[in-house]
Design a binder for this molecule. Structure first.
Ligand code: HEM
Length: 397
């Protein structure tokens, strides 16, 4: 204890964030700050000072208001003049890419993938049932499912998958970020995707890459931009950690699990509550203030960093009564922020929700005695990936 006090007096700068390594639950202190201190100054793990934004309203502002940018200060993107446009940009450049991406990513089109996703889930659960007990839910289902699904949706031929998996394995890694290997893998991936676009143009299939190249005369994105769009969809869709976090929450709330088992028709609502209630990391995208402004009574200056935390906004009592209670019967009046908000709102929402829902549905249905094989506190969380998540989750049935 004396050491801690000493540190506080010596280090009078912004408080280091996260307050503790993430192990599945946002700290009670942070949840209190959603109301008591919704905009505060912290120091991020990379050393940058930043504004930590926690309330629902202010998270929405930071994510949607053009005075908050995804680009470093001073960087400007004039359409077509600064390399290929991509999703991770602001304003019209982002909108042009997003329009093409969302055209082929409609809820109706995604609904046609449901039987395929169900088959993939069934196949992975079959393999777990046939293997030893306990099994690792992450290695058996949570990690492979979204990779298969995103490859199917994009239209990566099955024969190419092994090469493809090797290239994408480092994409969301923090530890590999910036390494020569990661750069090589990304370069190979980009050139592979460019080749696929050419193939799809000659022989279109029922997939996103085909839809994008076929629509090319109706939009003005060049192939390099379609490659970036595919990279964006890959980055967004490769990892879905809400299934394992959701099962953890259900195990921690046996009365909710029992309610769901007794009434499987509650699954869509339960999925939404899982998405609202669970966090898989204490971090989110860092943005930059474009011009001096005031948020929640706090003055921010152009160039400063801001991190809005959607999973904290999801615990705002002004929108979610008793926000820290996990209740699958909840009927919120506003959407949760787990898929983001504003112009960058998740493009794969329907596909993400579908995977969580089908995974949990199949697990509960086919494993009537499903239970964690270790105490919940012992489940390890990963800190090497941008998306966080559970590293391994031993289950038995
Ligand atoms: C439960 C699963 C998912 C969650 C919780 C989730 C969450 C999010 C969030 C929070 C954002 C906004 C990021 C920001 O503001 O910077 C986002 C963006 C995005 N997501 Fe998802 N996502 C999920 C599944 C998927 C899937 C399956 C795909 C595609 C196959 C996908 C593709 C994308 C794309 C392309 C964007 C960028 C949109 C843009 O910048 O305009 N996501 N997602």
């Amino acid at each position: 204890m004396p050491d801690v006090d000493h540190d506080l007096t010596v280090n009078s700068g912004p408080r280091p964030y996260p307050f503790a390594p993430f192990t599945g639950d946002l700290p009670a202190e942070l949840l209190d700050m959603v109301v008591s201190d919704p905009v505060s100054r912290v120091r991020l793990p990379d050393g940058r000072a930043a504004w930590l934004v926690l309330s629902y309203e202010h998270c929405c502002t930071v994510l949607a208001d053009p005075r908050f940018s995804r680009l470093p200060l001073g960087a400007t993107v004039v359409s077509g003049a600064a390399g290929p446009r991509e999703l991770n940009m602001d304003g019209p450049a982002h909108a042009a890419v997003r329009r093409v991406g969302s055209r082929a990513f409609t809820a109706r089109r995604i609904a046609t993938f449901r039987p395929r996703v169900r088959r993939l889930v069934d196949g992975l659960v079959d393999a777990m049932l046939a293997g030893p007990r306990p099994a690792d839910l992450v290695a058996g289902l949570v990690a492979p499912l979204p990779v298969h699904v995103v490859c199917d949706v994009l239209g990566v031929p099955v024969a190419d998958r092994p090469r493809f998996y090797a290239w994408i394995s480092g994409l969301n890694s923090i530890t590999a970020y910036g390494s020569a290997d990661a750069a090589d893998a990304q370069a190979e991936l980009r050139s592979y995707l460019a080749g696929q676009l050419a193939r799809k143009r000659a022989e279109p299939g029922d997939d996103l890459l085909s839809a994008w190249v076929l629509g090319q005369d109706a939009h003005e994105l060049v192939d390099a931009e379609l490659v970036e769009l595919a990279m964006g969809v890959l980055l967004g869709g490769l990892e879905i950690n809400s299934t394992s976090a959701g099962l953890r929450a259900l195990f921690q709330h046996p009365e909710q699990l029992a309610k769901l088992r007794a009434a499987p028709e509650k699954l869509p609502a339960a999925t939404d509550e899982i998405l609202r209630y669970t966090a898989v990391s204490s971090m989110f995208r860092v943005q930059v203030v474009r011009e001096d402004l005031t948020l929640g009574g706090v003055a921010m200056r152009a160039g400063e960093c801001v991190m809005a935390l959607p999973w904290a906004g999801n615990r705002d009592p002004r929108h979610f009564p008793d926000p820290n209670v996990f209740d699958i019967d909840r009927t919120p009046s506003v959407p949760h922020l787990t898929f983001g908000f504003g112009p960058h709102f998740c493009l794969g929402t329907a596909l993400g929700r579908m995977q969580v829902e089908l995974s949990l549905g199949v697990l509960l249905d086919r494993m009537p005695e499903l239970a964690p094989a270790v105490p919940i506190e012992d489940i390890p969380w990963r800190h090497d990936r941008m998306n966080g998540g559970i590293a391994s989750f031993p289950i038995t049935w």
